[in-house]
Design a protein. Sequence first.
Length: 132
Amino acid sequence: MAILSNFWNRIVEWFEDRQSRTALVRSFNRSAREAFVQGIVPVMMEAKIVKGDPRYRHQFSKILDGSGFRIKAFSGRQLTKQEVINIGTTILANDVLVRRMVVLGWDTLQIHCDVGNHGCQWQLHDYILIGG
């Protein structure tokens, strides 16, 4: 009976994490759209869950559900690599967001633009400042 109980708890936890991950992506997308409409940011951004970099895995990585958090920046032009890096470092500067992403199973942050081939990725675990 204890085995069945542990199995059931894992299933419930899996669904709760999945709902929380979906909610975070939706919230990000809603906020990004509003920031673009208000003129706060010069590009429209949209996040989605993708396959992460297997080299970045950590104990919370959701490998089967996608451990990558990809943001695509829609600008209508090719962004420079520095502009892509600036978007990534802005996200990484939000400690609460990065910690939430790690706890919910993401291990990779990817930033891409809609035109051209510039893209960057970061290992989220490096930005959560564990123990300090």
